[in-house]
Design a protein around this ligand. Structure first.
Ligand SMILES: Cc1cc2nc3c(=O)[nH]c(=O)nc-3n(C[C@H](O)[C@H](O)[C@H](O)COP(=O)(O)OP(=O)(O)OC[C@H]3O[C@@H](n4cnc5c(N)ncnc54)[C@H](O)[C@@H]3O)c2cc1C
Length: 245
């Protein structure tokens, strides 16, 4: 909506014939998402029981490198087969999944308009795995999930590991790329801050215009280290508090 209103990177707007109201180069940039791999598949002994509640009730945070200040890995269990379209035909129906996730991604994507028409499709480049650091962290997360999946604690459930199975480094990298999926937590395309790429100030006011604020997950300078719904609600509550005061 900002881009269509002429608030964004001037060059991009001019190319589409949109009159520039404010040249704000950060609008649509800095796109971040948590990456979720779908996933390490285990065939169950006997029948797969029906999932309880949401079918994914356990999650864990871990560090791919002990020197990190906060965890960068968030893995989840899915009490059902969870695979990308590319891999789904290799997965039997009686599988559960350990899904490695990355919650401190280094990669940044972007959202662009393709036309000045509001109904036209957007160009969304998630740029997942765009930085090698993300690939390396996820390779470690795969190892971690496979260690857990092979542990004695899962013995009574596990019949066999269906995927990825034993692979060399190149094979594991291929599995990583084929299984890459979204955690559904895209944020940060209107980041709050005070540098040249910031879109809103600490009061959530859009730079360069008056009477306009953004209050949603897009203002996060970096995506949170966990699911984004509660933080999005918090941003809304904070915006209400700022405006009332
Ligand atoms: C499939 C899925 C599963 C998820 N699961 C979880 C989870 O388990 N836990 C968790 O914490 N988070 C989860 N999330 C993430 C969470 O839902 C989002 O981070 C959160 O909703 C972001 O809030 P928001 O206000 O920024 O955006 P949204 O909630 O997307 O709100 C944007 C609003 O703007 C409206 N809108 C869009 N365009 C226009 C327009 N042109 N004019 C007027 N209105 C417009 C939309 O209709 C929508 O109501 C999930 C997301 C998805 C998609």
């Amino acid at each position: 909506m900002l881009l269509l209103s002429g608030i964004g990177p001037a060059e991009d707007l001019q190319r589409l014939g949109i009159p520039v109201v404010v040249n704000l180069p950060g609008v649509g940039r800095n796109l971040q998402d948590h990456v979720l791999l779908a996933g390490i598949q285990y065939e169950v002994q006997g029948d797969l029981p029906a999932p309880k509640n949401n079918g994914g009730e356990s999650t864990m945070w871990w560090k791919s490198d002990p020197k990190l200040l906060c965890p960068d890995i968030q893995s989840v269990i899915a009490e059902f087969p969870f695979a990308t379209l590319e891999l789904a035909d290799q997965v039997p129906p009686n599988c559960y999944t350990l899904a490695p996730g990355l919650v401190r991604p280094a990669s940044r994507g972007q959202v662009k308009l393709t036309s000045s028409e509001p109904t036209a499709d957007l160009e969304i480049d998630m740029n997942y795995l765009g930085r090698d650091a993300d690939v390396q962290a996820l390779l470690l997360a795969i190892d971690m999930c496979r260690d857990m999946g092979a542990s004695a604690a899962f013995k009574e459930w596990r019949k066999r590991e269906v995927m990825p199975g034993k692979r060399d480094k190149a094979g594991m990298l291929e599995f990583l790329r084929m299984s890459t999926s979204s955690f559904f937590h895209p944020t940060s395309t209107c980041k709050m801050g005070s540098d040249d790429m910031a879109v809103v100030d600490p009061q959530l006011r859009v730079y360069g215009v008056s009477g306009l604020r953004v209050a949603d997950a897009s203002i996060m300078p970096t995506v949170t280290t966990g699911n984004t719904n509660a933080p999005a609600v918090l941003i809304g509550e904070k915006a209400a508090e700022i405006m009332l005061s």
